[in-house]
Design a protein around this ligand. Structure first.
Ligand SMILES: [Zn+2]
Length: 477
């Protein structure tokens, strides 16, 4: 019995350690050029920071160990630290550390409480350490958050002074937004709203992140706007009960659908039954031709990045036995209506439109946001709402892909968004925006990086699109 209790205690301790490693030990640093996190190290109950890792992104950094001495060159300065000593010479001045300097496997560790006094001798810019939150702001960089509650709607508009890319998670009664790479600052505490749906918003900073939690009485949607400078939080629109399914989805402009039955009344209405196996995945490399997309760097256009990712994703899907096709194989212009018409003609298993961005890390997965599509008079299913009856399966697809990202520790966020041609696609449809690795834009063209994310997307698609079992196949039982 005794050993049993012991085993339980060990399990609890391990769980606590894992949680600690993931969150509590992160220390984030924000500068006007970059933001990054280092992992804090515990020594004798005190928190230490790896000094080299803090300095390297800030300037030219070189160090070498000489016995118990650690010599540092940073930009034009020289410093010397000694293992086990509280005194150090930083840029020719003696300073007192709050605890002894530590060299651990060649890593130089300074007490967290002394970090600012060390940096102040090395970095000319202003420093503001938000100590309990484990966040350090260099050079006055700050992204201000202002919230504005509008009772008509209701909606909560979040305005940021610079673009943001938080990860967003929802659970019953709560929407949580976490900012890891952005120096987001707001008044801490809880703002209560006199509303049954959007009840309150609480801002806090801790463990190297900023967090905004919105308490609600109904499911909420977050929609990005103004190039990621605003996020609007509103209740999920109620799906109106509609008259018997209207006729075909008809594009408002003639589109070059290769098969005429594409937009015919035989096109499926509503969710396809499980036995209806849809063969291919249609991949849309966003932009193309005259539309270059975002200029990711001086030489890298988004349209070229999306095509490279699309090819990689097709290979990853085909490797799993899922056929896939691209909407464009080269640098061609396609309108949104053409993209949707071609996709609907293929009656695909799923539709993935690919984009690339530069703010944040990992991937963002979007599903269509149909809430603001005005219902149209007439008996035809509006082209703009072709996605409506597939929204549940699109959300399931987004969730499945997001889960695969999380399994691989790839940062991921999901959000509904007004993004064409998602609204016009009559199939499970998501947009996936890929961000560079560690802020390095060139990584978007890195084969290994593309491969790891495309494998996760392919697994996510496979996870929701298991074809009906073939008769006779699998004689296991
Ligand atoms: Zn794009």
């Amino acid at each position: 019995m005794k050993s049993c209790r012991h085993a339980v205690a060990i399990v609890v301790a391990i769980v606590a350690l894992v949680a600690t490693a993931a969150d509590d030990q992160r220390f984030s640093i924000y500068t006007p050029h970059t933001s990054y996190s280092v992992t804090l190290v515990d020594r004798d109950g005190r928190q230490y920071v790896p000094l080299f890792e803090v300095l390297a992104p800030l300037g030219s950094t070189a160090a070498h160990q000489d016995g118990d001495k650690w010599k540092l060159k940073f930009n034009n300065t020289e410093s010397e630290f000694k293992s086990g000593k509280n005194k150090a010479k930083v840029n020719r001045k003696n300073i007192d550390l709050s605890a002894p300097f530590v060299i651990d496997n060649g890593r130089a560790l300074v007490p967290l409480r002394s970090l600012v006094s060390v940096l102040a001798r090395l970095v000319p810019d202003s420093l503001e350490q938000r100590e309990p939150a484990h966040r350090l702001f260099i050079g006055g960089v700050i992204t201000e958050l202002k919230t504005e509650f509008q009772s008509a709607g209701p909606k909560l508009v979040l305005r940021f002074s610079a673009p943001v890319n938080p990860s967003i998670s929802t659970e019953p009664g709560r929407l949580r937004m976490v900012f890891t790479r952005e120096p987001v600052i707001a008044a801490a505490g809880t703002q209560a709203f006199d509303d049954k749906t959007i009840r309150a918003a609480s801002f806090s900073e801790h463990d190297g992140i900023a967090e905004l939690t919105i308490n609600s009485g109904a499911p909420l949607l977050a929609t990005f706007g103004e190039q990621n400078r605003t996020i609007t939080i509103a209740p999920v629109p109620q799906v109106r009960a509609q008259a018997p399914p209207p006729a075909a989805t008809t594009p408002p402009v003639p589109a070059p659908a290769p098969t005429p039955e594409a937009a015919s009344p035989s096109a499926p209405q509503g969710r396809a039954p499980a036995t209806h196996v849809r063969a291919t995945v249609v991949i849309d490399p966003g932009h193309g031709g005259d539309d270059r997309g975002a200029a990711l760097s001086g030489s890298l256009a988004e349209k070229d990045v999306t095509l490279a990712w699309a090819r990689r994703l097709r290979a990853a899907l085909e490797q799993k036995g899922i056929p896939a096709s691209l909407l464009r194989e080269g640098d061609t212009s396609l309108s949104f209506d053409q993209r949707a018409a071609l996709t609907n003609a293929a009656r695909p298993l799923a539709f993935i439109t690919l984009h690339a961005g530069t703010t944040g890390a990992g991937v963002r997965i979007y599903t269509a946001h149909l809430g603001e599509t005005a219902p149209r008079a007439g008996s035809f299913l509006p082209w703009d709402a072709a996605q409506a009856s597939f929204l549940d399966s699109s959300r399931a697809l987004a969730g499945s892909v997001a889960a695969e990202m999380t399994k691989r520790s790839i940062p991921v966020g999901t959000a509904p968004v007004l993004l064409r041609p998602l609204n016009n696609v009559a199939a499970s449809a998501v947009a996936i925006e890929v961000m560079p690795l560690a802020g390095n834009v060139a990584s978007l063209m890195d084969a290994t990086y593309q491969q790891s994310i495309c494998a996760a997307i392919a697994d996510g698609i496979a996870g929701v699109s298991k074809p009906a079992p073939q008769p006779g196949a699998g004689a296991a039982r």
